[in-house]
Write a protein that binds this ligand. Sequence first.
Ligand SMILES: [Zn+2]
Length: 197
Amino acid sequence: MALAQAAAEEARAAGEVPVGAVLVRGDEVIATGFNHPIGSHDPSAHAEMVALRAAARSLENYRLPGCELYVTLEPCLMCAGALMHARIARVVFGARDPKTGACGSVVDAFANPQLNHHTTVSGGVLEAECGAALRSFFAERRRASREARAAARGESGEKITAEARGKAAEQAGHAAVEPAANTATPSSSEPPSTTPL
Ligand SMILES: [Zn+2]
């Protein structure tokens, strides 16, 4: 799982949701993969899919019996399906995914014996660490987005205060004072004052 966590950090470095996967056979690491659907313009570029593709190419076999996949986040339905097709023996995942998890959180694809005869699943391994990596990513993204919005408001506010400062300087005949921080224009998210009730 530590290798999967390291792969997840590669996804983070690429600006993608940090999920990593490692495919092993016994003690041998066959392939690793990290989530990068945005950069690759590929909705299927989840960490598990990337690791599966690389492993299948490496072993020159579309089926990977006897292999185990470690992934930092509960696989989605797409990845669960691919893991079944590849006849993966065991899936070990870290954090649970209450939105798209297909190993019990939303659906339990592997529990259906008509779909799956091959794969055992262990969830919640290093769950706290794997979950913390994802939470810190989303917290950082929200912070960056807040800062970008604040910067955009600050720029538009700066133009207005620069004009006001010029006028004030003309009138007072001395150097302008620092503008107040709260003189930015109203947020575009505020409803217009003419909205009928
Ligand atoms: Zn997936």
